[in-house]
Write a protein that binds this ligand. Structure first.
Ligand SMILES: Cc1cc2nc3c(=O)[nH]c(=O)nc-3n(C[C@H](O)[C@H](O)[C@H](O)COP(=O)(O)O)c2cc1C
Length: 96
């Protein structure tokens, strides 16, 4: 049901930059953010904030764990099975 899509970190960056540079309002970045290094570089280049999807589905404490230094990179494997498994009860990581 869920196809495999090639994954690259920050896979929406080029398009997000074009949007950010074309509008006069704060723009956040979303797509393939996996580490504090990613988040810091996005803020440094002018995004107003950074959002994380699958990394926080994999580990709901991911941001706190980044901040404390417990982890440095998400171990989400981008299988996208959380998309197929989500229901009215919510969404969770179903990867081993
Ligand atoms: C479980 C799940 C549900 C999603 N549902 C939607 C949706 O309804 N509409 C949408 O535009 N994007 C949806 N997305 C895509 C996310 O908004 C986001 O673009 C994508 O996960 C990339 O960010 P990430 O690499 O941090 O996960 C969904 C993603 C996941 C993992």
């Amino acid at each position: 049901m869920v196809q495999r899509y090639r994954f690259e970190p920050l896979f929406l960056l080029e398009g997000a930059r074009r949007v950010r540079d074309a509008v006069r309002m704060p723009v956040g970045y979303l797509g393939g953010v996996l580490s504090l290094e990613h988040a810091d570089s996005l803020i440094a280049e002018g995004f107003a904030f950074v959002q994380l999807g699958r990394a926080t589905i994999r580990d709901p404490d991911f941001v706190n764990n980044l901040a404390s230094g417990k982890v440095s990179v998400s171990d989400c494997d981008h299988c996208n099975r959380c998309v197929a498994a989500m229901s009215a009860d919510g969404v969770e990581c179903v990867s081993p």
